[in-house]
Design a protein around this ligand. Structure first.
Ligand code: NAD
Ligand code: TYD
Length: 334
């Protein structure tokens, strides 16, 4: 199987590449990544010399490079590439529109022209917008009501997928997963930020009243779901991938502090994020009918995640100081 992955140097993409290389002996993976601040070659250091894997530096909005890779005839394209952090989208929205909308359109156009049989667009539960405690979990057919420039740009990407289907008959699978956690996640997202801050005895900035709810999915469960969809997903369909694990932010924060044996006095309530979605929850019955279920329990996997950060302090230092960005500037003319 030949797989073209975009955004494979980020959190979920790098976990997915590790997952595929472990699962399939006979596989060829090409990873197209622009190496933004969120793309880290260190995430794939251990597989960089694997003959089944190659890295290509490039931007998904660049039709020339995308066409070159699509003309190598991949059996499947899995597109993770995105600007992915809500807070950044509040002050740099244009980057989000460029990658998450224009980039998706460039990929779709090229994939359609090269007649790529399987294309998986990685989207998010955030496109459904905020739920109240009384609301039912979001279904794949629910309207898109995004709140932030990030979720609006992802929703626009999803709508382009559907427009390509209707206009050109080009069918793409969309996955909408809930919040992932696990190794290699950039410490701007709440779990790695709070783990690394707590490790350094720094304050944990909790937004608003700390009662916002996210549904947490261990990243390997997401990888397993995406791999299943490569084989069993129906082109043209949307699949929610959730962890059946709704937790408040204050619960997540206290759990991290307890496991690291740090005092709750590190919790610092700060001004709320503008437009902060209260709750996300996913109905996952559609993908469970294909035989997938989230296997990992949060209370067990958060321990493993914390252990990963404790064992990878060089990675944390490199990411927090931005050392790798200096290297990119020199070697990739960024
Ligand atoms: P990430 O920010 O860790 O990684 C994004 C990757 O995309 C980086 O390697 C970056 O260099 C690359 N990239 C950015 N712009 C690019 C461009 N123009 N061309 C090529 N590469 C580019 O993101 P993540 O957390 O791994 O998320 C991956 C995907 O999953 C995203 O599409 C995101 O919307 C979606 N998602 C993430 C979560 C989550 O909890 N992290 C939840 C649901 C959905
Ligand atoms: P985040 O990891 O940014 O993911 P998303 O907003 O895409 O769900 O945030 C998860 C939750 O944690 C969200 O409700 C916002 C909250 N949060 C904080 O309270 N403090 C922080 O410093 C961050 C980054 C997030």
């Amino acid at each position: 199987m030949k797989v073209l992955i975009t955004g494979g140097c980020g959190f979920i993409g790098s976990n997915f590449i590790h997952y595929l290389l472990k699962k399939y002996r006979s596989i060829k993976i090409t990873n197209l990544d622009f190496l933004t601040y969120a793309g880290n070659l260190a995430n794939l250091k251990d597989v960089a010399k694997d003959p089944r894997y190659q890295f290509v530096h490039g931007d998904i909005t660049d039709g020339k490079i995308v066409n070159r890779l699509m003309s190598c005839d991949p059996d499947v394209v899995v597109s993770f590439a995105a600007e992915s952090h809500v807070d950044r989208s509040l002050y740099q929205p244009s980057n989000f529109l460029r990658t998450n909308i224009l980039g998706v359109q460039v990929l779709l156009e090229s994939a359609r022209q090269h007649n790529i049989k399987r294309f998986i667009q990685i989207s998010t539960d955030e496109v459904y917008g905020s739920l109240s405690l009384k609301d039912k979990a979001s279904n794949e057919t629910d309207p898109l009501v995004p709140s932030s420039p990030y979720s609006a740009s992802k929703a626009a990407g999803d709508l382009l997928v559907k427009a390509y289907e209707k206009t050109f008959g080009y069918k793409t699978i969309i996955t909408r997963s809930s919040n992932n956690y696990g190794p290699y996640q950039f410490p701007e997202k709440v779990i790695p930020l709070f783990i690394t801050n707590a490790m350094a005895d720094k304050p944990l900035p909790l937004y608003g009243d700390g009662m916002n709810i996210r549904d947490w999915l261990y990243v390997e469960d997401n990888c397993r779901a995406i791999a299943l969809l490569i084989n069993k997903g129906t082109p043209g369909e949307i699949y929610n991938i959730g962890g059946n694990c709704e937790r408040t932010n204050i619960y997540i924060t206290k759990t991290i502090l307890k496991l690291l044996n740090k005092p709750t006095s590190l919790i610092t309530y700060v001004k709320d994020r503008p437009g902060h979605d209260r709750r996300y929850a996913l109905n996952i019955s559609k993908i469970t009918r294909l035989g997938w279920y989230p296997e990992y329990k949060f209370e067990e996997r958060i321990k493993k995640t914390i252990a990963w950060y404790l064992n990878n302090q060089d990675w944390i230092k490199q990411v927090k100081t931005g050392e790798y960005l200096k290297f990119y500037k020199k070697h990739y003319k960024i």
